[in-house]
Design a protein around this ligand. Structure first.
Ligand code: NAD
Length: 460
C-alpha cells in the first residue's frame, strides 16, 4: 500500500510484522521520465529485428524457469499466495514468455490485389511505441507478463506500474527481464495512483487490470487522449449446477473456486446457482468440500486458502456474511495473518450487497433456480460479466440452454478459476472494457494497422 507519507510498504499477509519493503514513492514525474526513456529505446528494439526479439523473450522465459523456486517463495511472502499455486503461477509465467517468443516471426499483414489497375495493396501491423501497464497484486508475475510479453514481441517498449502490495515481485521480474532485454525497453516503476495516473497521461497504449472503479477512470483518461486502452476489472461469477451434474465433482470444483487463494481472483466463484433438485445434494456436498479446504500458512504446500492481502480486505470478507444464514464458515481466526474461513451463505435477500458487489474474499451465496432459464436470469442479474462455470452432463443444455449467459468466458465442468494463456481472456459489462488480452488478441491490441498502396513507377 502507499500511505499518507507516500511510502510504498509491502507486508507479508501471513505475518504482518514481516515488512518486505518500504521505499519512498517516486512520484508522478518519474512515470513521465520512464516513458521518455522507453520511447528513446523503442526504435532500436523494433529495428533490431524479429530474431533478436524472439531470442530475448526466450531468454526471459528460461531465466524465470531457473529462478522458479525463489520467485514462488517471494509470491508466498509478499502476496500470501499458497506455495503450490505460486509455483503454478511462476511456471505459467515462463510459458507466457516462451509462447510470445515465437510471435515476432508471425505474419504482420497480408497482400491484396488493387481494385483497379496495376500494383499491390499491403496491410502491416506496427507497434504503438510505449505500452503503459498497470497491474494488480494478485497475480504478481503472470499478469505483468501477459501484458509485457506480447507488447515487447510486437516491438513496443514497456513501463510497468505494479500494485504497491506486489512491488518486490515486480522488481524481481524486472531484474530478470532487464538482463535479457536492451536497456530502457522494460521498466518497472513502483507507485500507486499518482504514478499510475501519470503513466496513463504519457504512454502510447495502456493496459490495465484491477478494480472496476479504477479501471473505468483509466479508460476515461486514456480515451480522452485518444490512445488505445483495455481494462480487465472485477467479477461476481456464478457456478450453475444442473440436476444431472456429478455433484461431488461439481462441489469440489466450486469449493476450490470459492476459497482458493482466499477468493482473491477476478475469476473466483461468489454465487452458486443450483437448478431444481440439485439444491439439496449440492448444499451438503459443497459445505463438506469447503470444510475440507486446507486453510493456513501459505508457505505450506498443502494450503489452498491462505490469508487475505491486508486487514481491510480481511474485514470486508469478515463483514460480508453478517445477518445472513451461514451454512459453513463465518469465522475470522485470530491473527497473526489476515485470514477468513471459507464461507457459504443462503437465503440472501435480493438487493443484498453480496449479490451486486465484489467482496474479493472466500465467500459465496447459494441461490436456488427453478429451471435453466431462471439460472441464466440470476447469473446475468449482476453488474459484472467475467466468467460462468456450468456443471452438467448435458452438453445441449450447456451449449444451447445457457446460450443467453452474458459473461465473456464459460467453463463447462471446470472451476470458474483458471485460464489458458494462449486464448483471449476477458468479460462483459463492468468486468472488461476494450479489446481482449492474451493469445493473438494481445498482439493485435499492441499494434495498429497500416495500409500500403504500391504502384509501379510510371503507371498512370
Ligand atoms: P486496484 O484497482 O486497487 O489497483 C490496480 C492497479 O491500479 C494498481 O497498480 C494501483 O496502484 C493502480 N491505481 C490505483 N489508482 C489508480 C489511478 N487513479 N490511476 C492509475 N492507476 C491506479 O486493484 P487491486 O486491489 O490491485 O486488485 C484487485 C482487483 O483486480 C479486483 O477487483 C479484481 O477483480 C481485479 N482483477 C481483475 C482481473 C481480470 O483479469 N479481470 C485479474 C486480476 C484482478
Amino acid at each position: 500500500m502507499t500511505d499518507t507519507l507516500s511510502l510504498i510498504t509491502s507486508h507479508n499477509p501471513a505475518d504482518p510484522s514481516d515488512v518486505l519493503l518500504q521505499i519512498p514513492a517516486p512520484g508522478a514525474f518519474a512515470s513521465i521520465e520512464a516513458v521518455e526513456r522507453a520511447r528513446d529505446a523503442q526504435p532500436g528494439w523494433l529495428l533490431g529485428g524479429a530474431a533478436a526479439r524472439s531470442t530475448a523473450l526466450g531468454a526471459v522465459a528460461a531465466a524465470i524457469d531457473t529462478a522458479g523456486a525463489e520467485l514462488a517463495e517471494l509470491a508466498v511472502r509478499e502476496v500470501g499466495k499458497p506455495l503450490t499455486e505460486a509455483r503454478a503461477e511462476v511456471a505459467r509465467t515462463a510459458a507466457i514468455w516462451r509462447y510470445y517468443a515465437q510471435a515476432p516471426y508471425e505474419p504482420v499483414g497480408a497482400v491484396h490485389e488493387t481494385a483497379a489497375g496495376p500494383g499491390l495493396l499491403l496491410t502491416r501491423r506496427r507497434p504503438h511505441g510505449v505500452a503503459g501497464l498497470i497491474t494488480p497484486w494478485n497475480f504478481p508475475f503472470a499478469i505483468p507478463s501477459w501484458k509485457a510479453a506480447p507488447a515487447l514481441a510486437a516491438g513496443n517498449a514497456v513501463v510497468l506500474k505494479p500494485a504497491p502490495e506486489a512491488t518486490a515481485c515486480a522488481r524481481r521480474l524486472a531484474e530478470i527481464a532487464q538482463r535479457a532485454l536492451p536497456e530502457g525497453v522494460f521498466t518497472a516503476l513502483p507507485g500507486g495512483a499518482p504514478e499510475g495516473g501519470a503513466l496513463v497521461s504519457a504512454a502510447d497504449v495502456v493496459s490495465f487490470t484491477g478494480s472496476t472503479v479504477v479501471g473505468r477512470a483509466v479508460v476515461r483518461d486514456a480515451t480522452a487522449r485518444g490512445i488505445p486502452v483495455q481494462a480487465e476489472m472485477g467479477g461476481l461469477n456464478a457456478a450453475i449446477v444442473l440436476p444431472d451434474a456429478d455433484i461431488e465433482q461439481a462441489a469440489a470444483h466450486i469449493a476450490a473456486a470459492i476459497a482458493g487463494y482466499a477468493g482473491q481472483k477476478c475469476t473466483a466463484t461468489s454465487r452458486v446457482v443450483a437448478v431444481g433438485s440439485a439444491l439439496d445434494p449440492l448444499r451438503e456436498a459443497l459445505c463438506e468440500a469447503l470444510r475440507a479446504i486446507p486453510v493456513g500458512d501459505p508457505a505450506d504446500p498443502a494450503t489452498v486458502s491462505g490469508p487475505l492481502i491486508d486487514e481491510r480486505a480481511r474485514d470486508r470478507a469478515g463483514d460480508a456474511w453478517h445477518g445472513l444464514d451461514v451454512l459453513t464458515g463465518g469465522t475470522v481466526p485470530d491473527g497473526p495473518g489476515w485470514y477468513a474461513a471459507p464461507t457459504l451463505v443462503e437465503n440472501v435477500p435480493a438487493g443484498h450487497g453480496l449479490l451486486h458487489e465484489e467482496v474479493f474474499g472466500p465467500i459465496a451465496a447459494l441461490l436456488p433456480a427453478d429451471d435453466v432459464a431462471h439460472a441464466v436470469r440470476l447469473t446475468n442479474s449482476v453488474p459484472y460479466g467475467l466468467v460462468t462455470s456450468v456443471h452438467t452432463a448435458d452438453l445441449d443444455a450447456a451449449l444451447c440452454g445457457l446460450d443467453g449467459l452474458d459473461t465473456g468466458m464459460i467453463r463447462i465442468n471446470a472451476p470458474s478459476t483458471g485460464v489458458d494463456f494462449h486464448l483471449p481472456f476477458g468479460g462483459a459489462k463492468a468486468s472488461s472494457l476494450g479489446p481482449r488480452e492474451q493469445g493473438r488478441a494481445a498482439l493485435e491490441f499492441y499494434t495498429a494497422g497500416r495500409t500500403y498502396t504500391l504502384s509501379p513507377t510510371g503507371a498512370t
